[in-house]
Design a protein around this ligand. Structure first.
Ligand SMILES: Nc1ncnc2c1ncn2[C@@H]1O[C@H](COP(=O)(O)OP(=O)(O)OP(=O)(O)O)[C@@H](O)[C@H]1O
Ligand SMILES: [Mg+2]
Length: 315
């Protein structure tokens, strides 16, 4: 098992990128035209912004891509001045053996407003020799003058089904067996983030020959939804001691944190109201109690005591 799977299974070509079809289709036009405007990729973590940039750069720049490509991180530890010096030095040169030069700048939303204004001037100054690809999680943090100079591409969280297929592909390529439900659990916890999904998968695979539900819950340190559900059911039906025992098991033996427990209880209760398995007025009462426990735990109260008190109020 050499190296991280997220790198090993990073798609190299635009056509191999999972989901994001509408974006890939628009980008393929730039490849045909051998030119591109400044681009801005925005969206949540782990959905393919960097991957897509690299694939696009390789397609447009061809074999000489390394010589005509500069990758920088805007939150570089050495400071924004280093970033700008690098941009200037790179942009002074003409493209060699490629139609243009490309600067890829990651985490632009971490730049201060002043630094963004400076970046905007550089984009303007070098517009003849270089195109920029800017990547960020929140486009709202980017100043308007930069936004209006870029074609904006909004990356969406990856659909559960697409993540599922990808995880099965990776698992089979690596020669692991798996429980279907285990893969489904990963998809559930990854919340559209492919990087997170593949990382959970690899961590679970390192625990044995087969990828099972058990391994996954160990890796992500979340309680099993069934355990939480039966704990809530017990509390609601008046079996406080039963609920308390389950709580102890999950928190002490599995080491789940108080914050995660409150969240998972909230998710379970929400599922009940969505499935019309709980009356509206009971839900309103309960949600108030959950909110109180959540607040107190965050403020530093003892999570075991808060959670026991919460379950007691469910009775
Ligand atoms: N659309 C996708 N198709 C296939 N694999 C993907 C996709 N998106 C992400 N991955 C996997 O997740 C890893 C990380 O993706 P990437 O670096 O592109 O995320 P990102 O959107 O740039 O995230 P961040 O906002 O954290 O920079 C990739 O190496 C790849 O293995
Ligand atoms: Mg990235």
């Amino acid at each position: 098992m050499a190296g991280p799977w997220v790198e090993k299974y990073r798609p190299q070509k635009l056509e191999d990128i999972v989901g994001q079809q509408h974006i890939v289709k628009r980008l393929e036009k730039y490849v045909t035209q051998s030119s591109m405007p400044n681009l801005m990729f925005t969206g949540p973590a782990g959905v393919g912004k960097t991957t897509t940039s690299l694939a696009l750069v390789k397609s447009i720049l061809g074999d000489n891509w390394r010589a005509n490509f500069l990758e920088l991180n805007a939150s570089d530890a050495r400071g924004i001045d280093t970033v700008r010096t690098n941009i200037k030095e790179f942009c002074r040169l003409k493209p060699v053996g490629s139609p243009l030069r490309i600067v890829f700048l990651d985490e632009v939303d971490n730049m201060t407003k002043d630094a963004q204004h400076a970046l905007r001037r550089e984009m303007e100054m070098y517009s003849k020799t270089a195109s920029f690809i800017l990547s960020c999680n929140y486009s709202s943090k980017i100043i308007d003058p930069i936004q209006s100079r870029c074609a904006i591409f909004r990356f969406a969280p990856i659909k559960g089904q697409d993540i599922l297929k990808r995880l099965e592909f990776v698992t089979e390529s690596e020669g692991f067996e798996y429980d279907e439900t285990a893969i489904q659990s990963i998809v559930y916890f990854a919340e559209g983030d492919m990087r997170k999904a593949i990382n959970i998968l690899q961590a679970s695979a390192s625990m044995g020959e087969k990828i099972t539900d058990e391994n996954i819950y160990d890796v992500i340190s979340k309680a099993k939804p069934q355990d939480v559900s039966s704990m809530v059911s017990k509390a609601l039906s008046g079996d406080f001691m039963g609920a308390r025992e389950l709580l102890r098991e999950v928190m002490v033996l599995q080491g789940i944190s108080g914050e995660d427990m409150v969240n998972q209880i909230y998710q379970d209760v929400t599922k009940r109201i969505m499935g019309e398995k709980m009356a509206d007025d009971i839900y309103m009462d309960i949600i108030e109690k959950i909110a109180q426990a959540d607040f107190r735990i965050r403020e530093g109260a003892n999570p075991r005591i808060q959670l026991e008190a919460l379950l007691a109020q469910f009775l």
